[in-house]
Design a protein around this ligand. Structure first.
Ligand SMILES: [Zn+2]
Length: 348
């Protein structure tokens, strides 16, 4: 089968699309004929290499994807050939104290398909049945592939970890990215007052369309100053920061007394300076979040399937152009998700 793959970490030119040994489904596993995959920023980090990340090479990337069940291994009970499915990439052990306590995202051996183990950007993928959700007939493959990771991440971060209320205000940074545009939609759905930042007026108009009440071009204005002035110096109740080092201090400055910043990523770096005085005096909370529980995935994906939430597709490319997909993410071109299709199924 053909697969996106790389044999060493590095720049975009390490990415290839070529032959990979076909895989058979083992106990509890399902083999899927992939129809679409979607990129996340973690694909960039995985390609570049992370401290402690020890991948079996060649590595197939891809944590988002959707397709048709082609065959099933022994013990699979929920799916059969012909079923339409999408991947939900978090893998937990089911046995540690955190899994037993009901929150698999805290699993001591938690890992993500595509990041820590072989991913799904290939003609076929073999994954545990526990990592699949059903896709209704009326949902197209691009939506099914593009939504799961970012919508589950934003859903848990805002509603469960962040406990966002309708009466509150929230600032979503990087509202043109995958997580950002999901967070804007979810915050709007909750009924909160939504502020959003992006780097161009075109991206900001998209942010408004997806639910932002107020937009700030962070290339033109300091967003913390803007939040202060637009809220009568009060600040917002919650900041959604997946940007990291470049925005962290201004995120804390944007918070109202007693406010909280929620984070699920740090694409510009993970070790910014922090003014601790600001945290204790203003009684701020810093809240981490990652992925979501199966129940949370079901809740948010139901709303995607119903059309309440919609992943925006900024580009659709054949899998052989995955390096270009990485460029779009790294250079922050466009708005929403980048989708890749197996070359033989790609029709432009
Ligand atoms: Zn566990």
């Amino acid at each position: 089968m053909k697969a996106v793959q790389f044999t060493e970490h590095g720049d975009r030119d390490v990415i290839e699309y070529g032959e990979y040994e076909a895989l058979e489904p083992g106990q509890g596993e399902v083999r899927i004929e992939m129809r679409a995959g979607a990129l996340n920023h973690l694909d960039v980090w995985t390609r570049r290499g992370l401290p402690g990340l020890d991948l079996e090479m060649p590595h197939i990337p891809g944590s988002d994807g959707a397709g048709v069940v082609e065959s099933t291994g022994e013990g699979v009970t929920r799916f059969e050939p012909g079923d339409r499915v999408a991947l939900t990439a978090g893998v937990s052990c089911g046995e540690c104290e955190f899994c037993r306590d009901g929150d698999p995202t805290l699993c001591v051996s938690y890992h993500v398909i595509g990041e820590h183990v072989r991913g799904v950007h290939a003609e076929y993928a073999v994954v545990p049945e526990d990592n699949l959700i059903s896709v209704p007939e009326h949902v197209d493959w691009k939506t099914a592939a593009a939504a799961p990771l970012v919508f589950q991440t934003a859903w848990r971060m805002l509603l469960d970890r962040g406990d966002l209320r309708p009466s509150e205000s929230v600032l979503v940074l990087g509202a043109s990215g995958g997580v950002g545009h999901a967070a804007v939609q979810i915050a709007d759905y909750v009924g909160a007052e939504v502020y959003a930042t992006a780097s161009s007026d075109k991206k900001l108009s998209y942010a408004s369309e997806t639910g932002a009440d107020h937009v700030i071009n962070y290339e033109d204005e300091n967003f913390a100053d803007e939040i202060r002035s637009r809220t009568g110096k009060r600040g917002v109740d919650m900041v959604v920061d997946h940007v990291g080092a470049a925005t962290w201090q201004d995120s804390l400055k944007s918070l109202a007394k007693g406010g909280r910043v929620v984070t699920c990523g740090a694409t510009t770096g993970g070790t910014p300076e922090t003014n601790i005085n600001r945290i204790f005096w203003n009684q701020l909370s810093v809240i981490g979040s990652t992925m979501a529980t199966p129940g949370q995935v079901d809740d948010v994906m139901e709303l995607v399937w119903d059309g309440e939430f919609e992943p925006r597709i900024r580009a659709t490319l054949p899998m052989s152009e995955t390096a270009k997909a990485h460029r779009l993410l790294e250079e922050r071109e466009g708005f929403g998700k980048v989708v890749v299709i197996p070359d033989e199924r790609y029709d432009g």
